[in-house]
Design a protein around this ligand. Structure first.
Ligand SMILES: Cc1cc2nc3c(=O)[nH]c(=O)nc-3n(C[C@H](O)[C@H](O)[C@H](O)COP(=O)(O)OP(=O)(O)OC[C@H]3O[C@@H](n4cnc5c(N)ncnc54)[C@H](O)[C@@H]3O)c2cc1C
Length: 381
């Protein structure tokens, strides 16, 4: 049985902002035996469309889902697991943890030092700019969430300051194809977890600076600063009511540009060696990220310039209900490709679980086949 504390597709119903669209194209919305069949394979789903897509999958697959069933504890029992929920207890031999990688916003502890006059938001409670107070907004974090919210909030007429740390820069399209087409076709997204050089690092990588829009817009830092968003360095501390930013922006930019160009080189090499040059546009290179002439190193949070902060600093899983000693001291699950370090316990949907694409909707199918084989083998022992 499949236990769900809310409705099917609950995270897409309750934990996303109004304007969000998937950053993966429709043709990549694919689940086992089920795929997008609409008229716009290169478009990007709205949240309503994602909810409909997943709900129809639950129905058509006949998955035995019990909604409004919150798991409050999973503990080892003689021949398997004792699962306690708000709807009663269950015994089972195996459990698949598919509770998501993004159950809560990950907010740094320096949030505690923010003056009470500044309202704080996370991507879980931000819905649209109308809910923000008038006045300046500091957005901390420049990955997919941060750049998307910086653009939307800046368009609402509020001055936006964007604090940028480590980030992954990608163009929306490259050589006339979606960049995620390249990730897929060239095999980058299929790279297996046991072939990745530094797996711990790959699993912590921030999401790429991408947005899904009908215009297929590239939303990088150059685009944001050209539209008037002020770019500052990584938020290092909040002291005496002042936000202090690191001065390393040119280095951050150079590193992100370097990594993007290496990836584009790899795409070009793949196209050349697989005789695909004729199917795609000409190789391109993009303008390096422009560093501001002098970025501000601190910002007074008490003088009224900044009225709200949006913490776009990532997400983390929540395993407080898991009473099996398989979670490390940072709150992350210990597992080998989704095989958890406890007999009969499995996980799906985590970053680089078995492949680089594992935490995307599109990535679960291949992982699920392999893990189900393992699970079936375990059940026959
Ligand atoms: C802002 C944002 C944008 C994203 N954009 C994309 C995108 O464009 N394309 C893409 O492919 N992926 C995207 N992702 C990643 C996306 O979350 C995953 O692809 C997908 O949701 C993973 O599905 P899942 O079922 O593993 O996890 P989730 O969708 O998180 O589902 C986990 C479910 O478990 C339930 N649950 C959790 N704890 C319990 C409990 N104790 N008891 C009962 N039920 C519980 C939750 O209610 C939830 O419904 C995005 C993620 C975020 C946060």
């Amino acid at each position: 049985m499949v236990l769900e504390r809310g409705e099917v597709a609950d995270s897409w119903r309750r934990e996303r902002w109004d304007s969000l669209r998937l950053l993966t194209p429709n043709w990549q919305s694919r689940l086992p035996g089920y795929r997008y069949e609409g008229a716009d394979p290169d478009g990007f789903m709205t949240m309503g469309e994602v909810i409909e897509f997943i709900s129809l999958y639950a129905m058509s697959s006949g998955a035995p889902v019990r909604t409004h069933t919150t798991v409050t504890s999973v503990r080892q029992a003689d021949t398997g697991y004792q699962v306690t929920t708000n709807q009663g207890d269950f015994r089972c031999r195996t459990v698949v943890l598919a509770s998501g990688a993004c159950n809560a916003p990950s907010v740094p502890s320096l949030r505690q030092a923010v003056p009470a006059t500044v309202q704080c938001f996370t991507p879980f409670d931000y819905r649209n700019p109308d809910h923000l107070p008038e006045g300046g907004v500091l957005i901390v974090g420049a990955s997919a969430t941060g750049v998307q919210l910086a653009d939307e909030i800046h368009r609402s007429g509020r001055p936006v300051t964007l604090s940028v740390g480590e980030h992954v820069r990608l163009p929306r399209t490259y050589r006339a194809r979606d960049v995620l087409w390249w990730m897929d076709a060239s095999g980058v997204w299929n790279q297996r977890y046991d072939e990745v050089d530094d797996l711990a690092r790959a699993r912590r990588l921030p999401s790429p600076q991408l947005v899904g829009t009908p215009q297929r817009t590239t939303l990088d830092l150059n685009a944001l600063s050209a539209s008037g968003v002020e770019i500052v360095g990584r938020l290092a501390a909040v002291r005496d009511g002042r936000a202090l930013f690191s001065g390393g922006l040119p280095n951050q930019f150079a590193l992100a540009d370097l990594k993007m160009n290496r990836l584009l080189d790899a795409f070009d090499e793949w196209a050349r060696t697989h005789a695909r040059d004729a199917d795609v546009g000409r190789p391109e290179r993009f303008e390096p990220t422009r560093a501001p002439r002098a970025s501000r190193l601190n910002l007074d949070l008490r003088n009224g310039e900044i009225r709200s902060i949006v913490w776009a600093t990532g997400f983390r899983p929540d395993y407080r209900w898991l009473d099996v000693p398989v979670v490390d001291d940072k709150g992350y699950l210990r597992h080998d490709g989704g095989v958890v370090d406890a007999p009969g316990l499995y996980a799906l949907g985590l970053p680089v679980l078995r492949r680089r694409k594992s935490s995307f909707i599109y990535g679960v199918e291949d992982d699920a086949h392999e893990l189900v084989d393992h699970l079936a083998g375990y059940l026959t022992t």
